[in-house]
Design a protein around this ligand. Sequence first.
Ligand code: KIV
Length: 262
Amino acid sequence: MPRTTITDLQKRKADGKKITMLTAYDFPFAALVDQAGIDMILVGDSLGVVVQGRENTLPVTMDEMVYHTEMVVRASRNAFVVGDMPFMSYQASREEAVFNAGRFLKESGAQSVKLEGGAAVRATIEAISAADIPVMAHIGLTPQSVHKMGGFKVQKEMDRLLQDARSVEEAGAFSVVLECVPGDIAKRITEEINIPTIGIGAGVDCDGQVLVLHDLLGLFDRFVPKFIKRYAQLSETALAALQQYKEEVEKGEFPGAEHTFR
Ligand code: KIV
């Protein structure tokens, strides 16, 4: 099976077939996500929180994103890989935005980039798209704006959200993430624009869905927003394994004869 392309994603919307996307940040998990047949892997700057243990995504750097994205690309054969542009990698100037977007394709081998913002980043999306780098937009709750928004809040202003969605489509984005947007507004946006909408906390009517892998697998429990569904409890399984190892070493039960060279 060849790697998913933006043409395939566009066709999914036209055919009414749902698109699946998950985050991944390293080789073993990206390989599993790819093996599961997920259409897109987002190397999200959420790694700042779920991998690095930070309070928010703001400290994540370009070098860190390039490093993680490269591992994910190496592990994946079929999924379309999206590198997430970290805070201050695209805000200061259009030139810097294009240069940094280019690093994801040139140094990591990603197929596209994602950046946060709607009408306000229209010119930036235009500039990156003009360099033939596919851009996924991200509107609604944009975590890099946490201080401006006054916290992580559901975004309910229908007119502004519609304007943001139209702006990013006109600027050339190939898809848009809708984060923490009421289901009826996400449905309206999905009907009004021609590019696929990928929802997270935006109801069932988006063209596709994305979740943070560590949330889905039960590997992160510092906070669990309403929109998350836990499909596994890997932290519990991992903890039990680690405790058993400790006990067996302490009792002299591991390594056994079968683990010992003769
Ligand atoms: O960084 C990330 O993982 C994201 C998703 C939550 C969409 O932006």
